[in-house]
Design a protein around this ligand. Sequence first.
Ligand code: NAD
Length: 278
Amino acid sequence: MTTTIPTLKLNDGHDIPQLGFGVFKVDPDETERIVSDALAAGYRHIDTAAVYGNEVGVGRAIAASGVPREELFITTKLWNSDQGTQSAFDAIDLSLDKLGLDSVNLYLIHWPRPDLDRYLETWLAMEQIRDDGKATSIGVSNFHIPHLDTIIAGSSTVPAVDQLELHPTFQQRELRAFGAEHGIAIESWGPLGQGKYDLLGMPAITRIAAAHGVTPAQVVIRWHLQSGIIVFPKSNSAERMRENFDVFGFELTADELAAIDALDAGNRVGSNPETATF
Ligand code: NAD
């Protein structure tokens, strides 16, 4: 595999590969095989989370791959029930143990859970985790502007990323503008709409796919990349993994990007961070 994945520079000076592989809902018993397939396809950026229950499989695939650690970018996330100071310290140790790693490249607070009112305290613990060398970069996920404002005002670290539900019918423009203003890179979760609506059958997408001789999924991934967003589609199938990785041989035109931009419709398919209580 000779493809060079573009990287983005995070606000702490570290580089992140813009395209990766996500493992939400990947069966823990199948994770080692699936992540091994992803690494064989060329992916070097893996996005997991403690709550996915599959960090052990991710770690086994990394160990078996022979890919040097410095070539990999590994993200995991602190689950909601581990928010707090000591519980965050314990959670990162457990995640590292499961992954078989000394440190992750990126550690995220998975959801703000504003009802718990512990995300600022947790963010201060994340700073300590970074300073202890257990995470190279720290960031958040599902944080809205008030949550970001709170941690920026209450700490000395602007999060390196905010990982958000983001796909063509839910484009998060306000949060992306806030991120651009504050140097927070945006990561898309559910970049293909999680298969929850017929994104890949929308005429605006299929027309562009036909024009380039590529698949609708490749068009959508390309839209994320050309929009400056970090993206890690998930698939259990080695064939689709390769398809989703093979997105560097064509480029969307400004008109095509605008046609996809015009699909924005406030169509959230996942939980609302303001009200989620899991
Ligand atoms: P996704 O948008 O990547 O969609 C995955 C679905 O698309 C699967 O059903 C898959 O079969 C299908 N698919 C993949 N490639 C395809 C292709 N080429 N053609 C047709 N269908 C294809 O959804 P996701 O997995 O939820 O999101 C990606 C990653 O984001 C996750 O794996 C996880 O790492 C992360 N995530 C984070 C959060 C969070 O709260 N931070 C929430 C959900 C997901």
